[in-house]
Design a protein around this ligand. Structure first.
Ligand SMILES: Cc1cc2nc3c(=O)[nH]c(=O)nc-3n(C[C@H](O)[C@H](O)[C@H](O)COP(=O)(O)O)c2cc1C
Length: 339
């Protein structure tokens, strides 16, 4: 069946990375206004929370967000399969297992990056989950977890996890050092080794490998992933979400997006109004928009004006409109002094 989701998973697919406290439903709705085709991720949600918690709060989302991947944290195959089945019932297009998060909390729960040392358990999770759901079950991992810089442990991980039926690996192409670095340091300090992802693809050409980590532009992403199946960008999309407006053209061959940033903001109004009407504070809805005018005339004023007003009691569309007016005035002023 060739639906939007499967056609999005062609060569050079583009994913927005899962990010805790960032890629919530409000963020994904904004990203969807910027790109119809980018594949979006939830934040990581633990299998225990889904099985025992408030499912609607954890998993609820808007239809417009598709294609969207649910990322799970956990390592109990039965519970992971149960959580995957619940995710499938909610309509998620893919279920992904987090094997890359290095935080101590996650490590003490025996999931995230420490599972790089337990490929047999990850394979069992994949197999058990696949026995319960029809949507793809994929893995997001690192290239290793210790200070040994060799390729072999990564190859072994992929080989064993593939036996569970995983056919797509998203690879954050640096090791996680679990002996003292904070999660933030673990996203910056261990060196990036994109060549390991090329090497693994050459060994397993039938598996899909998505490159992630330190990608700062589409040019770099496309150039670094020539032999691969797609790319994933995280932090750069947060600081410069405008990047997403080029995705449909560059990765999926659609017409160039001609919209202005002003038009994009205005296109978010109906969604924002509906969320405000349900009692969601403006700040939660528009936080992902703070970087929209990144490096543009008036961009700093936009960020300042919006971040000062968006959490005020009763803040609504007028605050957004006001921030937009400040950018427009700055841009007009600049245009009038240009020769
Ligand atoms: C604030 C933040 C939260 C993150 N949360 C998750 C998460 O929930 N699950 C996950 O697999 N990775 C998480 N990551 C890692 C990203 O998905 C990504 O692998 C990493 O940032 C490297 O990609 P980038 O250099 O394009 O940002 C997080 C990263 C950041 C910055």
């Amino acid at each position: 069946m060739d639906n939007l989701y499967s056609s999005n998973r062609r060569a050079s697919a583009f994913y927005v990375a899962p990010m805790m406290e960032i890629t919530d439903r409000y963020c994904r709705n904004f990203h969807r206004v910027l790109s119809k085709r980018a594949i979006l991720y939830t934040e990581m949600i633990t299998s225990a929370a889904i099985v025992h918690g408030d499912r609607e709060r954890l998993l609820g989302y808007e239809n417009a967000e598709h294609p969207v991947v649910l990322q799970l944290g956990g390592s109990d195959p039965i519970q992971m399969a149960e959580a995957a089945a619940i995710g499938e019932q909610f309509g998620y297009d893919e279920i992904n297992i987090n094997v890359g998060c290095p935080s101590d909390r996650v490590k003490s729960g025996r999931f995230g990056a420490c599972l790089m040392a337990e490929p047999e358990l990850v394979a069992e999770c994949v197999a058990t989950m696949r026995s319960r759901v029809n949507v793809p079950v994929t893995v997001k991992c690192r290239i290793g977890i210790d200070r040994d810089d060799s390729f072999e442990p990564f190859e072994r991980f992929v080989r064993i996890v593939a036996t569970g039926g995983c056919d797509t690996f998203v690879v954050h192409a640096r090791k996680a050092w679990l002996d003292g670095l904070s999660p933030k340091e673990n996203r910056n300090i261990p060196p990036l080794r994109y060549e390991y992802v090329d090497q693994i693809k050459a060994l397993y050409p039938d598996k899909a490998f998505i490159l992630n980590g330190g990608l700062l532009s589409h040019e770099q992403a496309l150039d670094s992933s020539r032999s691969l199946d797609g790319v994933m960008m995280g932090r750069e999309v947060c600081s410069n979400p405008w990047l997403l407006t080029q995705v449909d053209h560059l990765y999926y061959g659609e017409e160039k997006d001609q919209r202005s940033r002003f038009e994009i903001v205005e296109q978010t109004y109906p969604y924002i109004e509906s969320q405000l009407g349900s009692g969601v504070p403006l700040g939660r809805i528009v936080k992902p928009m703070l970087g929209l005018f990144h490096a543009e005339a008036g961009g700093r004023l936009w960020r300042r004006s919006l971040s000062e007003s968006m959490w005020l009691d009763g803040a609504g569309l007028q605050e957004l409109q006001c921030a937009l007016d400040t950018v427009r005035q700055t841009a007009d002023k600049l245009a009038s002094v240009r020769p």
